[in-house]
Write a protein that binds this ligand. Sequence first.
Ligand SMILES: C[S@@+](CC[C@H](N)C(=O)[O-])C[C@H]1O[C@@H](n2cnc3c(N)ncnc32)[C@H](O)[C@@H]1O
Length: 224
Amino acid sequence: MRIRRRKHLEERLEKIKDYIIIADKKQVNVLEALKDKKYIDFAKEFGNNNPICLEIGCGKGKFIIEKAKQNPNVNYIAVEMLENIILIACETAKEEGLKNVKFINSGAEYLRRYIKENSINEIYLNFSPPYHKNGYESRRLSNERFAKSYFEMLINGGKLIQKTDDKIFFDYSFEKFLECGFKVVDVSNELYLPNSTNIITEYESKWLSLNMPIYSLHAIKQLK
Ligand SMILES: C[S@@+](CC[C@H](N)C(=O)[O-])C[C@H]1O[C@@H](n2cnc3c(N)ncnc32)[C@H](O)[C@@H]1O
């Protein structure tokens, strides 16, 4: 999909620069980049030692912004590869005056360059593209390479939470998380019960309005 460059992009990016921790536009070779570690110092970024949670592919940030508002004692990092989309998320975070959410403008495949092992409490994968086309498995955000990197970044006992409308992608992800050592504990379609704490994302509202089923799972990193 072609995304129109937003008006005055550079000017607007300048105004929200405090919300972007990493905007590494020059990256080309993932393997080379991963050898050259540039770990983020979260305590320095947020000015405290609160737990860190991470969303991969945050889009316009509706989910992570609501999470940050509901949990002021947790720090949130959201990753999004598209600059003109992450811009909207940062502008909303700024308008809301949030101090506990920051953004990484990069492909998720580069995350292990910036994030140390055993440092993240929760990871959210909301409506990631399923990439069903032949030859596109390497892009799928729950393939073996990504699932391994999530396992490494999570603390022991940390949790990955996935939501998707795509059953084939959901079953694929389930298998990959098991293969990479996760314990998948909560497979559910009960996101919309009264009193549920579920936060509805942009894509989720779209699928809900079409009465499409949503699949979710919780995968735990549990070392013996
Ligand atoms: C279908 S949208 C879902 C957005 C949002 N999570 C929601 O539920 O409304 C998927 C998002 O993932 C982002 N994405 C896909 N692959 C990515 C990658 N490798 N690294 C970072 N972001 C990625 C896309 O740019 C897009 O914004």
